[in-house]
Design a protein around this ligand. Structure first.
Ligand SMILES: [Zn+2]
Length: 274
């Protein structure tokens, strides 16, 4: 199994990522990573897409149709597959991830920090305030990855989403939040690559100028996908959109784990492999 870090920048639009994630764009220019444009699934809401990104299933299949549906998934996800195949899973993430993959509803004293207490995230540090600093999320995730030698580590930041809801996507606040996340990524990726990890950076959905997402236009649903992996051909492959349903089987393939039977066939993934 190949270790993997999955960075989920909540609500990071494709266009804003392209404008502001200078380090990642540099790595594409330098031929050291791959970039794709993802056409997000619908509804372009957080909890449904947290489920879609990890399970590879559309909302109508996994059943998380809006943010208000609070339940723990019973279908396979990257977490459950990694765990079942002998891997260690970790997440520094918003508490909805704990609800989807460990236990629901979230109870702060019980679920804020979890280690091997059941569920598919073995080691978790979960936050519940949307303004929890991205710097802390990345540090929480790195702590878990290193301390527990995690095979699959999810790092899920919320500042971009928070600023988008407060000020809309055309605001300096939203753009700065994306830029700041890019700086944080640049501080961690070299170490992850040195440790032999795949690195995947993407988002659950975008944001519009009214501070809304959930709908169908490109700014609400298109997200970036940056990949560092020796299995993927490096370069900018953004001339066509790939479906968000491909993200989970792609990660399974990069990790060298068996995908779930319900995922799209990893042999058909429309990505240039080495
Ligand atoms: Zn979100």
């Amino acid at each position: 199994m190949k270790k993997t870090v999955f960075v989920l920048l909540d609500a990071c639009q494709y266009e804003s990522a392209t404008r502001n994630l200078g380090y990642l764009e540099h790595m594409i220019d330098a031929g050291s990573a791959a970039k794709y444009k993802v056409k997000g699934e619908l509804p372009s809401l957080s909890r449904p897409m947290y489920a879609t990104l990890m399970t590879g299933l559309p909302a109508s299949s996994h059943g998380i149709l809006c943010n208000e549906i609070v339940k723990t998934l019973t279908c396979d996800s990257l977490f459950s597959l990694c765990q079942a195949q002998g891997g260690v899973t970790a997440a520094a993430a918003y508490h909805w991830m704990s609800e989807l993959y460990n236990v629901s509803p979230f109870a702060v004293p019980r679920d804020r920090i979890r280690h091997g207490q059941g569920g598919h995230i073995d080691h978790g540090i979960f936050y519940w305030e949307d303004m929890y600093p991205d710097s802390h999320v990345f540090s929480d995730g790195e702590y878990l990855r290193k301390t527990y030698d995690a095979d699959f580590t999810l790092i899920h930041s919320m500042s971009i989403d928070y600023m988008g809801h407060q000020h809309g996507c055309d605001s300096s606040e939203y753009e700065l939040a994306v830029s700041n996340a890019g700086c944080l990524i640049s501080r961690f990726v070299p170490g992850w690559l040195e440790d032999g990890c795949n690195v995947v950076v993407t988002a659950d959905h975008g944001m519009n100028r009214f501070g809304i997402h959930g709908g169908t236009d490109a700014i609400q649903r298109n997200t970036p996908l940056y990949i560092f992996s020796d299995k993927v051909k490096n370069g900018r492959f953004t001339d066509r959109e790939i479906s968000q349903l491909w993200v989970a089987p792609l990660v399974a393939r990069l990790m060298e784990i068996e995908p779930s039977k319900a995922m799209l066939d990893p042999k058909q993934i429309p990505i240039a492999f080495v």
